[in-house]
Write a protein that binds this ligand. Structure first.
Ligand code: UD1
Length: 344
């Protein structure tokens, strides 16, 4: 197990689960977060679930005026490596405010790279996304699939992948993994940490969960006429705890790796699930009604995408273990015990 890890965006949905898995495995973590889309209460919950060495630096990685401070704090922490999750992630917002997305996501990544360089800690796991594949591939899609994201958010992910590939190429002491997540859902099995969207959720699971708990009237199913078995969109949903463990496995892989370089690895289950299948599973798990309408397709959506996750198994010895039932049960436990998220 790699020992001292910087986790940017460590108070967020995925970051909080990564911290729990790291701390539970005996690692020390330095969270860097500006809480723009995360709640400080998440840190208390992380401490409760996995007591250990957790430090927190409230800073904005994308603000040049704060970079000196961040670089020296990272150097003082004396890390072995980092998991980089900090960034903006709303697809629609990225279309209306592209400059903010490019400045924030690319700026944050560059500051972290500079800090790791200064600290001589050149192991990096980057939170990328299956969104880099766009709509150009047949599923299951493996890491050799064509890239071509369809919105600015997705392009920030691909650009950062390109940047870290250039960095790895320039200096063979860098060891980097780009983890291409499919659709992270669910919550920690304790129900203590989970996804806490700021506004109306864009993504399917948080929306379903808010309908089930009575915060919203009904789900709009975007498209009932896709060329899929039941006409609704098919995705590869992955439990956030499996995803978090994938990060720990990636850090272990980098720590043991003899050579430098950057490698792209899918994290998914390899199984496609339709919107209606997800709704039915959530209904069973929550024992609540989930009313829905079939609505027009959402702009920019594709019919189907799911992973070939063989490379993660081969290189990291990792594969997703939790089922769709686990994802729904755990997501529901979090939602029902924290109906207003961390404000509850
Ligand atoms: C979206 C983003 C992707 C991002 C990912 C994060 C788009 C086009 N893509 O992926 O870049 O990395 O979230 O997890 O936004 N659906 C409904 N009703 C809803 C919400 C969603 O029917 O209210 C359907 C969608 O049409 C899709 C499926 O549910 O078929 C999953 O949607 P979502 O959770 O938003 O994820 P993606 O679109 O796959």
């Amino acid at each position: 197990m790699t020992k001292r890890i910087v986790v940017t965006g460590g108070a967020g949905y995925i970051g909080s689960h990564v911290c729990v898995e790291l701390l539970a495995g005996g690692a020390a973590a330095l969270v860097i977060d500006n809480f723009s889309n995360a709640h400080p209460e998440a840190l208390n919950r992380i401490r409760e679930l996995a007591p250990g060495d957790l430090e927190v630096l409230e800073r904005d990685l994308a603000d040049p005026a704060q970079s000196e401070d961040i670089i020296s704090a990272v150097r003082d922490f004396n890390p072995d490596g980092a998991v980089h999750l900090a960034g903006l992630k709303a697809v629609g917002e990225s279309v209306t405010e592209p400059a903010r997305y490019y400045r924030t996501n690319l700026g944050a990544a560059l500051t972290l790279i500079e800090a790791l360089d200064a600290a001589d800690a050149k192991n990096l796991v980057f939170s990328s996304s299956a969104t880099v594949y766009g709509d150009r591939n047949e599923s299951p899609v493996d890491e050799s699939g064509l890239t071509g994201p369809t919105n600015p958010y997705g392009r920030t992910k691909l650009f950062i992948e390109d940047i870290v590939r250039d960095i790895a190429h320039s200096d063979n002491r860098w060891r980097i993994v780009n983890l291409r997540y499919f659709n992270p859902v669910g919550a920690h099995a304790s129900g203590r940490i989970g996804e806490d969207p700021n506004d109306i959720p864009n993504n399917l699971f948080p929306f379903i969960a808010q309908v089930a708990v009575g915060r919203r009237d009904k789900l709009q199913v975007f498209g009932g006429d896709y060329p899929t078995p039941d006409g609704t969109g098919v995705r590869d949903y992955i439990h956030v705890t499996d995803l978090a463990r994938g990060h720990v496995a990636a850090l272990d892989y980098l720590a043991a790796k003899k050579t430098g370089g950057a490698v792209d690895i899918n994290l998914g289950t390899g199984k496609g699930v339709s919107v209606l299948e997800a709704v039915a599973a959530f209904k069973r798990a929550s024992n609540r009604d989930i009313p829905y309408d079939i609505a027009p397709r959402r702009d920019g959506d594709i019919a189907e995408i799911y992973a070939n996750a063989d490379l993660a198994q081969k290189l990291l010895g990792w594969r997703a273990e939790k089922t769709l039932e686990d994802m729904c049960a755990d997501h529901w436990r979090w939602q029902s015990q924290n109906p207003e998220g961390y404000q509850s």
